[in-house]
Design a protein around this ligand. Structure first.
Ligand code: FAD
Length: 417
């Protein structure tokens, strides 16, 4: 690796989501880098209700110095219920034992929390330096300028990976935040975080605030109600960002659910629902393009459609690793982006593989029992998806450790030569 002072590098980041903001924080901490972040929206607004901050996310937020102010509801109890009958199918406690020993709390050292998305966004924005974020600026095309100097990193997908496309998956998610006090009288709706599973979707509900911080009347409750259909049956345009949905539309998917679910949905005031359509696409073989000057991070790099509920953590990890790779390569941008790709692509590959395995195991269970009842399919669904324990390589991922191991591997490889 070159040892001289690295040359100055201008970096353009497209998008002010967790990925772009995290990358802006991590990259602008490097002395030779000048960062500009372009966001198409005129203001940075986060409308996605709540977000889960698990151990992987806490680790990277700590590395970015952005964990202060990110505070919410500690997921002490997570319940899985039959959404129609209300029957309790599974329960996980924060202090409960994990396979391999220890509890979620002990193993990760931090508590998973459900927080308002706005709090994560504010914490990140607060760490991005003055003048870096340019709002109301949309990337519409990219051109190679004759005689232009090398050394710009841009984070975008459709402009450089033209053969790659994402499609509506058939999953529609309705999300809202309402005062927790408005549902506190409904049995079992609070304080546990609960999945109410139905035949073609589920309702997820959770508190999102820390009771030691806010008065009871200020605390909020999150609902994410999901329906899955065959995407081929859907006509009309779908949007991945939140568009308004009526009460009637949302409630129509849950008419046969447990009365507690229906009562909760009925309490949401008209005009409070936002509808998100999930899009996903195949894994990209490589995250670097345009002669090593463009790199994808966050959702743009792995269109998984929120499959693991940890995409913000992945996006933040990407930004932090990108900064380490650029720092390590000391001016060799191509080498830096290759390092980034070498570390992150296999990680995403493992996620796609895992999802394929889940899909196959569900299909096998169905093939073995074609007359599978709703209860049987539900059991398969609840058992199929691992949590903190089975997926510790995701939820317990320590990105600092990942980087240290990569560097150690390079040192070991050199000493063998
Ligand atoms: C229902 C659901 C639940 C989820 N729950 C969780 C959770 O609990 N925990 C978790 O960690 N993750 C969760 N996720 C995933 C998480 O929201 C995403 O993975 C995360 O927001 C990805 O961040 P990002 O910065 O890559 O992309 P985004 O957050 O999508 O940000 C992209 C930004 O780029 C801007 N942009 C796009 N195109 C342009 C352009 N041409 N020019 C300029 N700007 C542009 C957009 O306006 C946007 O602000 C969930 C996702 C879904 C759908």
């Amino acid at each position: 690796m070159p040892t001289a002072q690295p040359p100055p590098l201008n970096v353009a980041i497209i998008g002010g989501g967790p990925g772009g903001l995290g990358a802006a924080i991590a990259l602008s901490a490097l002395p030779h880098i000048s960062v500009t972040l372009y966001e198409q929206a005129r203001e940075l607004r986060e409308i996605g209700a709540g977000i889960r901050i698990g151990a992987n996310c806490w680790t990277v937020l700590g590395l970015l110095g952005a964990e202060d102010g990110v505070k919410g509801h500690v997921e002490e109890r997570v319940l899985q219920r039959n959404g129609l009958s209300g029957e309790l199918l599974a329960e996980k406690n924060l202090d409960g034992a994990l396979s391999g020993g220890g509890s979620v709390k002990e193993r990760s050292g931090v508590e998973p929390q459900r927080v308002r998305r706005t709090r994560l966004q504010s914490a990140l924005v607060g760490k991005v330096g003055e003048g870096i974020i340019k709002l109301g600026r949309k990337l519409v095309r990219m051109e190679k300028v004759a005689g232009g100097k090398g050394g710009s990193v841009v984070v975008v997908r459709e402009h450089v990976f033209r053969d790659h496309s994402i499609k509506f998956t058939g999953t529609t998610i309705f999300r809202t935040l309402i005062p927790a006090s408005s549902v506190s009288h409904i049995p079992d709706m609070t304080p546990a975080t609960t999945w109410w599973h139905g035949p073609t979707g589920h309702m997820y509900s959770s508190l999102v605030d820390d009771p030691s911080e806010l008065r009871p009347e200020e605390q909020m409750f999150e609902i994410a109600a999901r329906d899955v259909c065959d995407p081929a049956t859907v006509t009309g345009k779908r949007f991945s960002w939140g568009v308004p949905a009526t009460k009637e539309r949302v409630e129509s998917f849950f008419t046969d659910y447990d009365p507690r679910v229906r009562e909760t949905l009925a309490i949401v005031p008209e005009g409070q629902w936002k509808e998100f359509s999930a899009f996903a696409g195949p894994r990209l073989e490589k995250l670097v393009a345009w002669e090593g000057r463009v790199v994808l991070i966050g959702d743009a790099s792995h269109p998984l459609s929120g499959a693991f509920g940890s995409g913000a953590a992945f996006a933040l990890e990407d930004g932090w690793i990108l900064a380490r790779a650029i720092e390590y390569a000391r001016g060799d941008l191509q080498a830096a982006l290759d390092i980034f790709d070498e570390i992150r692509s296999p990680y995403y590959y493992k996620m796609y593989q895992y999802l394929d395995q889940i899909k196959a195991s569900m299909q096998n269970a169905k093939a073995a029992n074609p007359t599978q009842s709703f209860e049987e399919s539900l059991e398969a669904r609840v058992n199929a998806f691992g949590g903190e324990d089975r997926l510790s390589w995701i939820y317990g991922n320590d990105i600092k450790d990942v980087w240290r191991k990569w560097v150690d591997g390079k040192i070991a490889a050199k000493s063998v030569k």
